[in-house]
Write a protein that binds this ligand. Structure first.
Ligand code: ADP
Ligand code: MG
Length: 702
């Protein structure tokens, strides 16, 4: 149960005075929410932090006001000059003066009566805004503040600037935040004394106040103590939740799974290749984990094409031989089917029964499959998130393999592990995530890395070219296709949209079909899955030579003889995403090419990104650089800035805090695993504040 003291923070923003349905709607668009399914709450508003300040403390005489700067002037109002009737393009002007000179206040589309009321002729007013000088005359367009002497005291001279959304007035937001601040209770401290002392952290409450009432731009820097305090709180909440889950899983105990390796050997005999050294090493890690009486929680990192699937199959073989079942979860139906297909031969050789379960299996077929699963007639079940629906019951689920984990939430991963009593978990990711993000998403999961590519892979020639060379590119593709080559052509959007100048996949498909003939296929995310599968198959079997696609092919699709990858508007993709796309080619014996078409001119960062990609095929290097250049969201292929799932912490700036929070979380779980001490109670509140309270259900009793 949530501590009552937190209730005011969890009430909806619509309870705040001045927040009606219209403002509420704008806030739900604007605010990153701790719980994205709920309507925005007071807490979400408080975590909406300013990114800059407007400094109005400069109060010069008119004559001395520097052009282009924000100032606050004390003036006397002289004259109103409304625009001529019917001419809305001429602004409304109000002339004012002080001892040194005059200034014109300019208003477009102004309401005259409102101006008469706020700037009566002859009165003294304080006006604040940006001054411009033109031909020796000073003007201020739409002052941000117009107040009389009585209200001047309450006008903020340092004003925070927040991310905004269209239609929301700054004053409305400021007022709502001001009110939200009055609802913050005094909470018991959850941080340890040394942490607070070392970093000079203010209390949580004081940190929030300081963030919303900055004294200068300095106060908003990521490492200013209020901001750092809030980031640390959030990181600690997430690390503590992960540590509690881990502790729970360890306590729940694992099963010792050992096998003689009969199935494994049959698979190895059936494979047309030998394992790479790092595949052998990863498998040894996994088997050692499984042989221990604790649950396995291991992350298998390996670049696209590094050969993770076969490692998963061999791990499954050991589990199956020991008498249990394995579930393999893929992020899309297409990938689930591809996994099933790619393991089918080797699995058959080892007499492992494989079945596929996605949203598409329905009716009697589904019923039979579920019954077989419950009786243990299926050894390896491959599917999408359909695997953890409640109707799915395993006879004895020993291992869950999650492919491309970052597309699943942590709670989904948890849901699957509850399907078995002592289920081991192997998470596979093709994104070589840097250490900070591993901690963020996987806590202290054990990590195995596939560092080498399977033998015989040739380097991929990567080139960047401006989009205006499109004609040449099409000629090259035509020539290549005539000699039997296969090409992917990636476009960023599905359909033409007004607000974007992106070439849509549909338009590109039509244009290429015109030049190349009926050998061009199209797949995109809004297509029905069976249709998409049919086209993928046609491409694989050679009925199609060019596959135009949105990024649905990004993860894992395997067509070994495709040798050309073209990415249109490469500047719009994340670096890691481009690296993954490139990994679709270069899998066979022939040399492959990757062409990155960009819209000129390129900005400096975009240029650097493309050159990193051109110079390296090392996914780990690319990921580190990607994090440096763009932040964590991009590394994980999501478009959000900042860390997905985090509202305050910043991946790059707060990396050092992450390590510290990780250590503090482990210490807490060692000392007080039930969070039952007074500090433990305070930590429970912390988990609620940052939406990590699901972990509380797993706490040790007593
Ligand atoms: P990942 O999932 O890591 O992107 P896959 O498991 O899909 O990579 O493997 C890519 C391709 O490489 C598959 O066709 C697979 O059969 C093949 N492969 C895997 N391991 C080896 C190896 N040791 N030698 C040669 N080919 C391999
Ligand atoms: Mg894969």
């Amino acid at each position: 149960m949530r501590p009552d003291i937190l209730n005011p923070l969890f009430s909806p923003v619509s309870r705040l005075a001045g927040v009606g349905p219209r403002v509420g709607q704008m806030l739900s668009k604007l605010l990153t929410r701790i719980d994205p399914d709920a309507e925005p709450r007071v807490l979400d508003l408080l975590f909406h932090l300013p990114f800059a300040v407007i400094d109005r403390s400069l109060q010069p005489a008119i004559e001395a006001a520097p052009t282009g700067s924000v100032v606050t002037l004390e003036v006397t109002v002289d004259r109103h000059q409304p625009p001529p009737r019917g001419n809305r393009r001429v602004p409304y002007r109000v002339t004012c003066h002080d001892d040194t000179g005059t200034i014109t206040l300019t208003f477009f589309h102004a309401k005259g009566d409102w101006l008469q009321r706020s700037l009566p002729v002859g009165s003294k007013r304080f006006v604040s805004g940006k001054v411009e000088w033109f031909n020796g005359r000073a003007s201020m367009v739409h002052p941000d503040h117009i107040v009389d002497a009585a209200d001047f005291g309450s006008m903020p001279l340092i004003e925070p600037v927040y991310p905004m959304t269209a239609g929301l007035a700054r004053k409305t937001l400021l007022k709502a935040i001001g009110e939200a601040l009055t609802l913050v209770p005094e909470l018991e401290e959850w941080l340890s004394e040394p942490t607070i002392a070392d970093r000079a952290f203010p209390t949580f409450n004081a940190a929030l106040r300081a963030m919303h009432h900055p004294a200068s731009a300095e106060d908003l820097r990521p490492h200013a103590s209020p901001r750092a305090r809030l980031a640390y709180d959030e990181l600690l909440a997430s690390q503590l939740a992960i540590a509690l889950v881990r502790d729970h899983q360890k306590r729940a105990g694992g099963e010792v799974r050992r096998a003689e390796g009969v199935l494994r050997q049959r698979i190895l005999d059936a494979l047309p290749f030998t394992l790479t050294e790092s595949q052998v090493a990863a498998l040894a890690d996994i088997e050692a984990d499984m042989a221990r009486p604790e649950r396995m929680l291991r992350l298998l990192q390996g670049d696209v094409g590094a050969g993770k699937t076969v490692v998963a199959l061999l791990a499954a073989a050991t589990v199956i031989e020991s008498g249990a079942q394995t579930a393999l979860m893929a992020p899309t139906e297409l990938l689930a089917r591809q996994h099933a297909q790619s393991v089918s031969e080797a699995a058959a050789a080892a007499r492992i029964t494989v079945a596929v379960l996605t949203g598409r299996e329905k009716g009697a077929e589904r019923e039979t499959l579920l019954a077989d699963l419950e009786h243990g007639a299926i050894d390896l079940l491959i599917g999408t998130h359909a695997l953890f629906q409640s109707a799915v019951t395993f006879k004895n689920l020993g291992l869950v393999v999650v492919d491309e984990q970052h597309r699943f939430g942590v709670h989904q991963r948890l849901a699957l592990t509850t399907k078995g009593r002592a289920t081991d978990v192997l998470v596979m990711t093709a994104t070589p995530i840097p250490r900070t993000l591993v901690l963020t998403y996987y806590g202290d999961m054990d990590v195995s890395r596939l560092t080498e590519k399977p033998a015989g892979r040739l380097p991929i020639e990567t080139r960047a070219m401006p989009l205006d060379r499109l004609g040449d590119v099409v000629d090259r593709v035509r020539a290549a296709v005539e000699t039997g080559a296969k090409a992917y052509w990636i476009c960023p959007l599905v359909e033409d949209s007004d607000e974007s100048d992106l070439v849509s996949a549909e338009a590109r498909h039509a244009a290429l079909t015109k030049t190349l003939g009926p050998v061009v296929g199209l797949i995109h995310g809004r297509m029905r899955a069976d249709e998409r599968d049919r086209i993928m198959r046609a491409f694989r079997d050679g009925d199609l030579s060019v596959l135009v696609s949105t990024t649905v092919v990004e993860v894992g699709v395997d067509v070994r003889d495709a040798t050309i990858m073209i990415v249109e508007h490469a500047e719009r993709f994340g670096l890691a995403q481009l690296h993954q796309l490139r990994g679709r080619v270069g899998r066979g014996e022939k040399r492959s090419t990757c062409l990155l078409l960009y819209k000129a001119p390129l900005g400096e960062v975009a240029r650097e990104r493309l050159s990193i990609l051109r110079d390296s095929e090392d996914g780990f290097r690319i990921a580190e650089n990607d994090l440096r250049l763009r932040g964590g969201g991009e590394v994980l292929g999501t478009r959000q800035s900042g860390l997905p799932g985090f509202v305050v912490a910043l991946p790059e700036a707060h990396a050092d805090l992450m390590e510290a929070a990780h250590r503090e979380a482990l210490a807490i779980v060692t000392d007080d695993p039930g969070l039952s001490s007074p500090r433990g109670q305070a930590l429970r509140a912390l988990l609620y504040l940052f939406g990590r309270d699901a972990a509380i259900r797993l706490l040790r009793a007593g």
